[in-house]
Design a protein around this ligand. Structure first.
Ligand SMILES: Nc1ncnc2c1ncn2[C@@H]1O[C@H](COP(=O)(O)OP(=O)(O)OP(=O)(O)O)[C@@H](O)[C@H]1O
Length: 468
């Protein structure tokens, strides 16, 4: 489009220059183009030939008997009935069209016609949602909002809350919320460099100012999570520490169950599985702080280098499964990242995966990896995950086991921005006595400035293969 625009601009006539300028703006500055020209043009187009578009998209029904009679009585042609426009509201990314359906129509009819409407109005996308029976909203998106993510801060702040973080932008322009109370445990999958860490960074950035304990397990020697230590209540950076930390979390969970039982008058002998309530039912002054456990690269926890490691791996997996099954009620939530999460990881992997209701799948290299995250959600979601382009890191398909899914992209946040947020809110870091042994050491800023460069190591000698 940019080449066509340049060719038109070079023609030199005023009309060609105007068209070229508009096309150039549309290609290079889609947001500004939409606000200045796209929005008024689309509203005009919708209003101008609304009835014709509705009819050609199959969204009209035969007029009612009384309407047909009235038309006959006034000698007017009987027109098929289309949904009535009940309101149009523009925004910086698109517009919202509220429709009252004609009798005999249902929301599914409009959803099925969404692609046809998109082409008829020349817009990027059309999404349909039901407001109440008989009334639907068409969310019309003017351009590809995921190409340059700008979070709608006002809308995000409105729906944010404790443990409810606006973590990404949806392809329909609305904020995507990670709500830990609604979806307690989430699986964050994706190939190398697909944007899994960026998702976690956005989560940490959003959670840092909240009264929430953050716990990190990063067996890549802490390279991803160590910058966030000022705001972490506990950190494990290898398998051995991870096992200790997970066992400590189980003890913390049991303490919390005892607290819930004590407040409900349930005898201590009742098993945790049989306690119906959760920490949110406790009076605020005794309620323990919620804990979000962020695990970077799950495969590292399943890894066994020798027979001796196998016992530890089994203990880790058992602890994780127990947390995934029971920790929600104790206010402990899991966010697990990995490149793949299939049975090849080892015993217990698929059982653990089935406990993670939330699924965020970034770019994956094959359908099989997509199936690990989205197989039990939807075929279309799986295909969408394999179609994410490598030049759009941070793009993902997010769904949950209810079958709902959407395409999202995280806003870019540099490591230093998130580290600075963690330092700013370091005073919010809760001290959890059960996890105290895993509280990371936070070096003073001056010490960090004096880290010597890596010493130059002698080259590694690799013997040449023996030849005859
Ligand atoms: N939303 C985004 N917008 C722009 N760039 C992004 C976005 N998300 C990630 N990136 C960039 O893509 C690259 C890979 O991101 P990230 O480290 O999050 O991927 P990853 O899946 O964790 O990779 P790995 O598995 O190799 O650790 C980084 O350079 C990052 O800056």
């Amino acid at each position: 489009m940019a080449t066509l625009a340049t060719a038109l601009l070079e023609l030199g006539t005023p009309a060609a220059a105007l068209t070229g300028g508009a096309l150039y703006a549309k290609a290079r500055h889609p947001r500004a183009y939409w606000v200045a020209l796209g929005l008024p043009l689309t509203v005009g187009r919708i209003r101008h030939d609304y009835d014709m578009v509705m009819e050609s998209c199959g969204l009209t029904v035969e007029p009612s008997f009384w309407r047909a009679m009235a038309s006959q009585a006034t000698n007017r042609a009987t027109k098929p009935a289309a949904p009535k426009i009940r309101g149009i509201r523009g925004s910086a990314t698109g517009l919202r069209l509220r429709l009252r359906l004609a009798s005999g129509q249902e929301t599914a009819d409009v959803t099925a016609a969404a692609e046809r409407l998109r082409h008829a109005w020349g817009v990027h996308a059309v999404y349909v949602s039901e407001v109440k029976p008989g009334v639907v909203d068409l969310r019309i998106v003017g351009f590809d909002v995921l190409r340059d993510v700008r979070m709608p801060h006002r809308a995000a702040a409105k729906s944010a809350g404790l443990l409810r973080i606006p973590v990404a932008l949806r392809s329909d322009g609305s904020p995507h919320m990670r709500d830990f109370r609604e979806v307690p445990h989430d699986l964050n999958l994706g190939a190398n460099q697909s944007g899994k860490s960026m998702f976690a960074r956005n989560l940490i950035h959003g959670l840092a100012p909240q009264p929430v304990a953050l716990v990190g397990i990063d067996c890549k020697r802490g390279v991803e999570q160590r910058p966030f230590t000022p705001r972490l209540s506990a950190l494990a950076t290898d398998q051995r520490e991870a096992l200790g930390l997970l066992l400590a979390l189980l003890v913390e969970m049991d303490d919390r169950y005892d607290l819930i039982k004590a407040h409900q008058g349930i005898p201590g002998s009742v098993a945790a599985e049989d306690v119906a309530s959760d920490i949110w039912g406790l009076p605020e002054k005794v309620r323990p702080v919620p804990i979000v456990v962020l695990i970077d690269e799950i495969a590292e926890l399943f890894l066994v280098a020798s027979k001796a490691d196998e016992e530890r791996r089994n203990q880790i997996v058992t602890a994780l499964i127990r947390l995934a099954q029971l920790a929600r009620a104790a206010g402990i939530y899991l966010e697990i990242a990995g490149q793949r999460f299939g049975s090849e990881l080892g015993k217990g992997a698929t059982l653990l995966r089935s406990q993670l209701t939330g699924r965020t799948v970034h770019r994956v290299n094959d359908l099989e990896s997509a199936r690990m995250g989205l197989g039990d959600i939807s075929e279309a979601a799986m295909v969408a995950a394999t179609r994410i382009s490598p030049d759009m890191p941070g793009t993902a398909v997010s769904g949950d086991t209810s079958g709902q899914w959407s395409q999202i992209r995280t806003p870019y946040r540099s490591l230093s921005e998130v580290a600075a947020q963690c330092t700013e809110f370091a005073h919010m870091t809760p001290i959890l006595p059960r996890l105290e042994a895993f509280r990371p050491y936070v070096p003073p800023a001056a010490a960090l400035a004096n880290i010597p460069p890596m010493p130059s190591a002698p080259p590694v000698f690799i013997p040449a293969p023996a030849t005859e």
